[in-house]
Design a protein around this ligand. Structure first.
Ligand SMILES: [Zn+2]
Length: 253
């Protein structure tokens, strides 16, 4: 994300959020990590419907503005989907930079090559595990589904690509945690030349579709829809967000 793009305004202190580093999104709104985030959790229950509407309207304007700032190739790679974040690696030939994009419901690996762009889109429910690796200063993402592993190295990238790439990985984790009824498991190994952050999707995502977990999955999906309906009734989710999420969940039954 370009440094000049304002992603939103912290709903507690009013500070402009220009990078996902040190900030987070809750209920679709931006908040500084740390004390603002804790204050938000306490205060949001007391907010009026008018205040929620106003905050949502303002955030939608920022979302629109930051989408317009997206590089053309990112727009082309995801079409009409809402981009949650992306990171670009600098290649030897600048025109051929590789991009990793996280949308509302998928991760997209976009690898332009002289012979034509290589694009792989993986919907969240198919992800069994994901790994972020930093080797000799070069970040890479790999995502494993039941049919195999897709890896993209941000080749020739500057060392400072690491920070935004790791931030994007954390967004991916957050998105998958939203889908998961139980917490994802995580490992982190730090070495001299290699650092690895990896996580594994919970069983109801990983073994989806197998007979063994069918009943449990159905129950947990219905529970999740009920919870989402409560959030919609409390006006934390918009009716449209609720419908989208419901559709997503029902598709997994
Ligand atoms: Zn703040």
């Amino acid at each position: 994300m370009s440094k000049d793009v304002i992603l939103g305004v912290c709903v507690i202190c009013g500070k402009e959020i220009k990078s996902k580093w040190g900030a987070m999104q809750k209920d679709g709104l931006w908040i500084c990590a740390g004390s603002c985030s804790r204050t938000y959790d306490k205060e949001k229950k007391t907010w009026s419907l008018e205040k929620w509407d106003e905050l949502r309207r303002r955030q939608a304007e920022y979302d629109q503005a930051s989408l317009q700032e997206l590089p053309d190739k990112v727009k082309a790679a995801v079409g009409d989907k809402k981009v949650v974040g992306f990171v670009t690696g600098f290649g030897l030939i600048k025109k051929l930079t590789a991009t990793i994009i996280v949308t509302e419901d998928s991760i997209v690996f976009y690898d332009p090559k002289i012979t034509g762009a290589d694009k792989t889109e993986i919907p969240f429910p198919q992800i069994v595990s994901a790994m972020y690796m930093l080797e000799i200063g070069v970040p890479s993402f790999s995502v494993t589904t039941q049919s195999g592993t897709t890896k993209l190295i941000l080749s020739g990238s500057k060392k400072d690509t690491h920070e935004p790439a790791l931030a994007l990985f954390n967004i991916l984790k957050e998105k998958l945690s939203e889908l998961a009824a139980v917490p994802i498991s995580e490992t982190h190994n730090k070495g001299l030349i290699k650092e690895v952050w990896s996580f594994y999707a919970p069983p109801q995502l990983a073994v989806m579709g197998t007979k063994h977990s069918e009943n449990k999955t159905t129950e947990s999906i219905i529970d999740q829809i009920k919870k989402l309906a409560e959030l919609r009734d409390a006006r934390i989710l918009s009716p449209e967000e609720f419908e989208n999420k419901k559709k997503e969940l029902l598709a997994r039954l």
